[in-house]
Structure formats: C-alpha cells, structure tokens
Design a binder for this molecule. Sequence first.
Ligand code: ASP
Length: 347
Amino acid sequence: MTTLNHSPHILLIYTGGTIGMIENPITGALENFEFSQFKKYVPELQGFNFDIDALSFDLPIDSSDMEPRYWVKIAHIISDHYQNYDGFVLLHGTDTMAYTASALSFMLQNLGKPVIITGSQLPIGRLRTDGKENLLTSIEIAAATDSRGRPMVPEVCIFFENRLMRGNRTTKINAEGFNAFRSFNLPSLAHAGIHIKYEEHLIRRPEPGAVFKPHFLLDNNVMILTLFPGIRPEVVDACFAVRGLRAVILKTFGSGNAPQKPWFMDKLRALIDRGVIVVNVTQCYKGSVEMHRYGTGLQLLQAGVVNGYDSTMESVLTKLMFLLGHDYPHNEIVRLMNTDIAGEITV
Ligand code: ASP
C-alpha cells in the first residue's frame, strides 16, 4: 500500500442513525449530536494525517425513514464534491444501509473513488460503542491506495465490525451483535485486523478512461411478494392489482421454486402478459436461483419470470428502481437484469 502525494481529503456525510448519537446526561435519552462538532466526540481522528470535512443532512433521519429521494440527495452530494475529495464515508443507520448501498452502486456509474458506508449498533457517545472503530477504519479504507497509487477500493461498500463488503451484496442479519452485516454470496473485499488485508482480485474498478457518471432517476413502482405455504389467491390478487405496478420481486423457495397450483401460475402469466417484470429471488440468503433444477422452478422460467441469480433482495429491488427510472424498453430492462452491471450478481 502506498499513500497519495498529498494528505488524503475525505468527506464524511452524516445521514442519521445511531452512530451520530450521544446520551443526554440529564435524561439518559439518545439524541443526535451537532455533527459539525464530531471531532470533539472522536478525538482519535486527530491521529490521522488526513483532511477530513464533514457535512450532515439538515435533519438527520433514522434510516427506517429512508426514501429514494434521499438516495438522490446523497448521489448529488457525492457528485458535487467528487473532484475535491479522495474518498467518501457515509454514516447511516443500519436498518436500511444495505438498500442505500445497493442503490448508490447503480446510481454512481464508473465510480473511481471509495464510498464507504458505515454506522454502529451503539451510539458513538457510549463507552462500549462500535461506532468509533467502524468510523476510523472506514476513513482509513477511504484513503487507502494500491501499489500504483490508485484508490484501493473504488466501490460503494459497507464496512462493519471487521469486514469490508461490496454494498450491493450485503444484508443486515443481526439486530443485536456488532457483526450486523453479511455478504453471503461474495467474500469480503477486505478484513480489518492488526492490518487491513485487501482482496484486490475481488475489487471492481471502472474501465480505463471511463468517466464517472451519476444517475438521479428512480421509479418505485415495484413490490415484493414473499411466497409461503398456504398463500391465498386473494392475497396474490391484491398485490398484482396495485395500480401503476411495473415490477414484482417474487421471493421464492430454495433454488427459485414456487407452488404448482394452476391458479397461481395463471395469475403470474396474466401479470407478465400485462408487461410487468417479475424477478425470481430466493428466500435463502446463500446460493443462487436455478430455475432449471426443479419442475416448480422451470414453470416460472417458461412463464417468463426473470432470473435474480444470487442477488440480495435489496440489490434486486434498487436495480429495478434504477432501470425503471431510466425508462428503458421492457426487453432492455430484462437484458440488464440478466447482466452484472455493478458486481451485484454472479451470472
Ligand atoms: N434505527 C436505526 C437506523 O437504522 C438503527 C441504527 O442506526 O443502527 O437508523
């Protein structure tokens, strides 16, 4: 690892979430602290020889209130400051962090600089906080360069506990432990121990000469239907009847299987005939959809259901919002769903 010939410039962007909170000494309640004062709460930052600037959402949000318009806002912040910083660290609540990471991975095309998203399970103002370590290591990763002086990880990633993961491969799996995120279908891009060990062969880079291109259009006319034994026709009808619906993520069983009941398949075929895109994503965390494997999957393929491969649900949802937002023709959306565009699937 080498260093830049200037001290790295890092932009911290605080959107909200537990990491930016402290305990009110009088009431004991958790409150957002004034983020411009963050250096006071993390004096360890002085130890870096970096220029670190910070900005915050005017009204920090709990990430459960996350909306596509905030992803657009974050993409604007990054693109407006893109030339002036070597890397970006986004502080975000953990609840919807994987959705934000996935959305940004599609919106920030040809990204040539690190965008490292982190948060914490305990507020930064608590003695046992995991926030400081997550923040400090994320900053170090955002500033790291490879042996050729290029940014080490020019990707949208989530760093949590001790793993750096590709953002669009990540899912929140733990509401209690510090190890809150996993990337089940792609190994971590780096591990932080005494040293930060990067798996350089896994890290994506833009094509040489490709110019960074942010995108700001998203369409949320999508829905997720989780299958379960005993699902009733009325439930499926109600879902498929949503006005303006353009895509459905079908959360199937195992390697991408669904009930063989004729009523179910008839409704699905009618939906696809209406031009709605249906994508098959498995309810299993690990592994991939393989619709050829069982008759119960093959019938979906024959009906025109699109393969979601080994996507996380967060990734397939935000990819659909992104592609629909750009109003590509139907066939082009299907083609791009079958194409790895940001490292999100193994085809
Ligand atoms: N509810 C919080 C949020 O996602 C939890 C956290 O910050 O981790 O914003």
